[in-house]
Design a binder for this molecule. Structure first.
Ligand SMILES: [Zn+2]
Length: 235
């Protein structure tokens, strides 16, 4: 199992590691990594793995049965190599801001309209959220986003906790993105926004709400029945 450094410290930008395995000259597993693997609507990190001053660009990161695999652009790394790593911080930080913003908006949608999130996708220049909502209007969504912006002004801290499976099951709203809890896990990582929001989550988040900036609703889509979609950007 790769040690996932981003789970404890989302602000870690560089670190040393050891190459554990190399497949097809380009798929690298490290003993520990802060490169975020694609998942939960958040794209993978890019950056460099560096050996003796030579830079290997990381173009994709994915999670495969507990290991985090980094795809590099050219061959040259071997098992046992000692390397240093650095993240494309601008890219990652943008995703952190969007990810925390998604949690905040989903919190407002859930509290005010009992809306359940069915999917979300973060990009560098926008985020998309899919949700179920009975009584829908673009004006309502606009008001919810404005409310989110008001909450940002409170500048609440974002903190990470661990909870047992039994405790999580007692609070079903913790897994708002209702895809069910992984069966083999007994402990879960909880991302909290102040005391207003708690979510089971493996993503990377900013430390405080003000880092999000301002959320601007750019598009709403009524996909029929109770399926809705919204897009927002961060200013
Ligand atoms: Zn999340």
């Amino acid at each position: 199992m790769t040690e996932a450094l981003y789970m404890k410290d989302a602000y870690l930008k560089s670190w040393d590691a050891k190459v554990v395995s190399v497949k097809d000259d380009k798929f690298i597993v490290l003993d520990k990594t802060a490169f975020y693997p694609k998942g939960g609507g958040q794209p993978w990190d890019e950056g460099y793995i560096i050996k003796d001053g030579e830079k290997f660009k990381v173009v994709y990161v994915g999670k495969f049965s507990g290991d985090i695999s980094h795809e590099i652009e050219k061959p040259g790394l071997k098992e046992g190599d000692l390397v240093s790593c650095e993240i494309d911080w601008q890219r990652r930080y943008t995703y952190m801001r969007y990810h925390t913003a998604c949690h905040l908006v989903s919190n407002i949608l859930y509290r005010k309209a009992n809306a359940k999130i069915t999917g979300n996708q973060i990009e560098l220049d926008k985020a998309r959220m899919d949700f179920s909502m009975e009584d829908y209007s673009p004006e309502k969504l606009s008001a919810f986003v404005e409310e989110s912006n008001e909450v940002i002004k409170q500048n609440l801290p974002i903190t990470i906790e661990t909870m047992s499976r039994a405790a999580v099951l007692e609070e079903p709203e913790l897994a708002r993105l209702a895809i069910g809890l992984p069966k083999n896990l007994q402990e879960f990582r909880i991302v909290k926004i102040g005391d207003i929001d708690k979510q089971v989550d493996g993503g990377t988040h900013v430390n405080s709400l003000s880092e999000i900036g301002e959320i601007e609703l750019t598009k709403t889509v009524n996909k029929g029945k109770s399926n809705r979609r919204l897009y927002f950007i961060l200013k």
